[in-house]
Every structure is written in structure tokens, then in C-alpha cells.
Design a binder for this molecule. Structure first.
Ligand code: NAI
Length: 481
């Protein structure tokens, strides 16, 4: 029995695009239409150069596009035809008014809901896929029901997305779980069952979890808060490692082997980035304050504060090691994306590192295999980074080749863990750099021993690499060797 034949998804971004592409791939009998108000984005989805990079995505899109997968700017038609509508628009942190810098801006979700209310001529299941504050479904419900036409009824579900950028296709094909929240009424349960039926086309039923709406909304914020908290926890210990001679990788391994803790997400680094962790935790903190739970709010706020500390601490270490001045020094930045296998730069720690180095007068040569030069300039000239965009444009060069980026550089700073950085010819790189040549490995991916043998001065996170440094950090205890 075919429960659903046409699905519309509002928002053709990092979530809407891959999610619907995989759904179209796994459900050849369902017609998926992904709509967006940005004509440029839709055009890119219909071209050979997709607007986002994800391993395996282009192959899937090519196979299903214009068969049962469509990208369109005709939002009303797609809404009218669909039986089920995903809302996967952006929910950024508000940058104005009440809750500025913390609360989620639900303006785009509301716009989408209003568009549905205006155009729908038959009943719809409306699925909130965007990450939203707890009880956001209630607002969507109000908007839809206040504008309801006769004979049109709406069921609202919460179905947060747990995909990770860089592995989106694999995550969507084989998710740990799918979460569907809905009203615990006959109608609500029927809607849950219908959406579950779609996922069951390719996902084992036991991995599809259904809860009440508010649990579902909160679980998404909670999952991101837990993930980010692990990173901040190991990063906080990386500072202790650097000050004591412990090695954070060894600590992470020893800790992670405890089956109660587990080994994933214990990699110390320059800090976490991406569009979600910070935004969702800020949102959680804001909600807790609104609920008069200041202790809970402060607890989660610290996860973000620790991340800021880590990014700044790493940047300060670079400056300190380069004799406390980077003024007019060339510094090669390896990687600008917030993690490997994506071209996404939202909240990337590279922005903070570059900002601090630029403020100190450094000249940056930036190389990233997937981020466009235009994107880097737009990030580094934004108002939160500089008051003087012209100065930044003169101090930054974006290179399309890592070997060009390092020529006559005083230092290399690894900001993203791209695999290709491990297999570069570091002898050749050393030869073309200024001496002493420094490498700051903010992702702990390089072979530090080999680099030191070549002659590099190497600094990383959570580990003192030379004996002299170790002795210095022990201060007044010189007699132990
Ligand atoms: P995005 O910014 O890449 O995409 C959102 C798209 O929605 C944009 O193309 C925008 O033009 C479009 N849009 C906004 N308002 C619209 C409207 N009224 N009508 C039509 N189109 C409209 O955002 P992304 O990264 O896809 O995130 C979407 C949601 O999913 C957010 O709530 C985010 O928190 C959540 N999420 C994101 C994940 C990620 O890895 N990026 C993972 C899990 C959840």
C-alpha cells in the first residue's frame, strides 16, 4: 500500500538537499520536490556543480534528478501537490532584538508555515526537520490552524535530522536512528506512522523511534549539546596536557576504552565549528534561562566558552612561538572548512585563527581543497571579523595549491583535518619556507616525529613536543634528569 506519493521539502540547503536526494534514491515510487526561494541555489542543484559538497552526493543526484527528484523555485505548486512537507529551512541565531546572539531565529520556519497555510488546498502532514527550540511545533500549529481552509487539516511532526556534514550521504542511508515526534492522539499517531512508513522503505523499523513532539525537539538540542560537550571536555584536558607533559591522545585513548565512555568524539583540536553546535547550545541555554533554570544554562554555556578559549589559546600559541610577532610574516593556513570532506565554513575555527593572526599583522596564504576563494573572503571581511575589509583583502591570498601557499612562509597552521595534508611532500615544503620553519597542527593529523626530523619546529594540541619545552614547563624542578 502506497501511503505517500509526493513529498515537498522547503529549503534546499545542507539538510534538505542530501536528505531528499537519498529519499528519492531509496524510494523510487515517491516523487520528491525540493524547493528554495534562492533561485541561485536551485540552479546549482540542477547543474553539474552542486551548491554543497558531500562525498557520494553528486552520483545519487545525477541518478534520480528529473526522474523522481526535482529542484524548483515554484514553491506553491510543490506545496499544493505534496501529501507530506518537510520544513528544512535555516534557523540561525538571532542577531537582533530579544535573545540576540542566543535565541534561534524562527522567521524562516514561520515564513514556510505561512506559505503552506496560504497555498494548501488539501490536508498535509507538515514535518519540522529544521532544528528548533522546544515547543516550536506549537507555533507552526498556531499559524497553520489560524489560516486553515475548510476541509484542509494539518498534522505536525518533529523529525530532527542527525546527519553530520562530510558523511551526510552515508549517515542518511544508514542512520543510527530516525526520530519522529508527534501528538499522542489518534491523528498524531497516524501521522507518525505515515512518516515512519517512508523511512521504512530503507531503514529497519527498530531504528525508527517515536516520541512526543517536545521530547523529539529537545533530543536534537540535547544530542548536539552532548557531542560538543565531549569535544570541549577533551579540549579542556588538552591544556592540562600541555602544561604537564601528558599527551592528550594517550589520555583520550585510555579514557575512551572504558565502554561506559566510548572512544568517539574524543579528538582534541583547535575547537569545534559548523553551523549547528554553537547555535543549538546557545538556543538550549536561552531556553533554560527562559524556564528559570540558570544553573542548567550556565552548565551548557561553559561548553561554548571552552571552545572559544581553545580557539584563542591555539592562536596565541602561534604568535608566542613566532617570537611574539607575526607582523608582516607570511603564514600558510591549511584548511578553512570547519571539518574535512565539506566545503562548509560556518563557524569554522579557521575564522577565529585567521582573525587573530590578521589583527597581529600577519599575511595569510590560505589553501583549502573545497572552499571557494569568494567564500573565504566573505567570511574574513564580515563585520564580526574586521572593521576594515580592504585591509583584510590585502593581507589574505587564497591559493589553489598547497605548495604555492607555503612559499617563503614562516609557518603552516593546520586548521582542517583534510586527509591530503598527511601525504604532502614536507621535504619540499620545508625547502621553500623561511627558517626556522614552524608547523602548528591544530588537528593532530601530521607525523610530528617525521616533521621534526626534517627540521620543522612542530607545535600541536595537548602535547609538548620537545624536551626543552617540557623542561621549561616544569619550571623550578630542573633536577629530574
Ligand atoms: P542552509 O542554510 O544550508 O539551508 C536552508 C535553505 O532554506 C536555504 O537555501 C534558504 O534559502 C532556504 N529558505 C529559507 N527560508 C525559506 C523559505 N521561506 N522558503 C524557501 N526556502 C527557504 O541550512 P542547513 O544547514 O540545511 O540547515 C537547515 C536546518 O537543519 C537548520 O535548522 C539546522 O539547524 C538543521 N540541521 C543542520 C545540519 C547540518 O549539518 N547543516 C544537521 C542537522 C540539522
Amino acid at each position: 500500500e502506497l501511503k505517500i506519493t509526493k513529498i515537498c521539502c522547503i529549503g534546499a540547503g545542507y539538510v534538505g538537499g542530501p536528505t531528499c536526494s537519498v529519499m528519492a534514491y531509496k524510494c523510487p515510487n515517491i516523487r520528491m520536490t525540493v524547493v528554495d526561494k534562492s533561485a541561485e541555489r536551485i540552479e546549482a542543484w540542477n547543474s553539474d556543480k552542486l551548491p554543497i559538497y558531500e562525498p557520494g552526493l553528486f552520483e545519487i543526484v545525477k541518478e534520480r534528478r528529473n526522474k523522481n527528484l526535482f529542484f524548483s523555485t515554484d514553491i506553491p505548486t510543490a506545496i499544493r501537490e505534496a501529501e507530506l512537507i518537510f520544513i528544512s529551512v535555516n534557523t540561525p541565531t538571532k542577531n537582533f532584538g530579544n535573545g540576540r546572539g542566543r535565541a534561534a531565529d524562527l522567521k524562516y520556519v514561520e515564513d514556510a508555515a505561512r506559505m503552506i497555510a496560504e497555498t494548501a488546498q488539501s490536508s498535509k502532514i507538515v514535518v519540522e526537520k529544521s532544528t528548533v527550540p522546544v515547543r516550536a511545533a506549537e507555533s507552526i500549529m498556531h499559524i497553520l490552524r489560524a489560516n486553515q481552509k475548510a476541509d484542509v487539516r494539518y498534522d505536525i511532526l518533529s523529525n530532527p535530522e542527525f546527519l553530520a556534514e562530510g558523511t551526510a550521504v552515508a549517515d542518511l542511508i544508514n542512520p543510527d536512528r530516525v526520530l519522529i515526534g508527534g501528538e499522542q492522539t489518534d491523528d498524531g499517531l497516524r501521522a507518525i506512522e505515515t512518516l515512519s512508513w517512508v523511512y521504512e522503505r530503507w531503514i529497519p523499523k527498530e531504528r525508527i523511534l517515536s516520541t512526543n513532539t517536545w521530547s523529539s525537539e529537545l533530543s536534537k538540542l540535547a544530542a548536539n549539546a552532548f557531542l560538543a560537550q565531549r569535544i570541549s571536555s577533551i579540549n579542556s584536558l588538552s591544556a592540562v596536557c600541555e602544561a604537564t607533559g601528558a599527551d592528550v591522545s594517550e589520555v583520550a585513548k585510555a579514557v575512551g576504552l572504558d565502554s561506559r565512555i566510548g572512544s568517539k568524539f574524543l579528538q582534541a583540536s583547535v575547537g569545534f565549528g559548523g553551523s549547528c553546535f554553537q547555535k543549538d547550545i546557545l538556543n538550549l541555554v536561552y531556553i533554560c534561562e527562559g524556564l528559570n533554570l540558570p544553573e542548567v544554562a550556565a552548565y551548557w554555556q561553559q561548553v561554548i566558552d571552552m571552545n572559544e578559549y581553545q580557539k584563542t589559546r591555539f592562536s596565541q600559541k602561534i604568535i608566542e612561538c613566532l617570537f611574539n610577532t607575526v607582523s608582516d610574516k607570511r603564514i600558510a593556513i591549511f584548511g578553512f572548512a570547519f571539518k574535512k570532506n565539506t566545503g562548509d565554513t560556518r563557524e569554522t575555527p579557521a575564522i577565529t585563527v585567521c582573525k587573530i593572526l590578521l589583527e597581529e599583522g600577519a599575511k595569510l596564504e590560505i589553501y583549502d581543497p573545497k572552499v571557494e576563494a569568494e567564500q573565504i573572503f566573505s567570511d574574513l571581511t564580515s563585520a564580526s571579523v574586521t572593521e576594515n575589509p580592504e585591509f583584510v583583502r590585502q593581507a589574505v591570498k587564497v591559493q589553489s595549491d598547497p605548495y604555492t601557499a607555503v612559499e617563503r612562509a614562516h609557518a603552516i597552521v593546520v586548521c582542517t583535518e583534510w586527509d591530503e595534508f598527511q601525504s604532502l611532500d614536507y621535504n619540499k615544503i620545508y625547502g621553500s619556507m623561511m627558517k626556522p620553519a614552524y608547523i602548528f597542527d591544530g588537528r593532530k593529523i601530521l607525523d610530528h616525529d617525521a616533521l621534526q626530523k626534517i627540521g620543522f619546529h612542530v607545535q600541536t594540541i595537548g602535547k609538548k613536543l620537545n624536551r626543552a619545552g617540557l623542561l621549561r614547563s616544569w619550571g623550578q624542578i630542573p633536577q629530574f634528569n
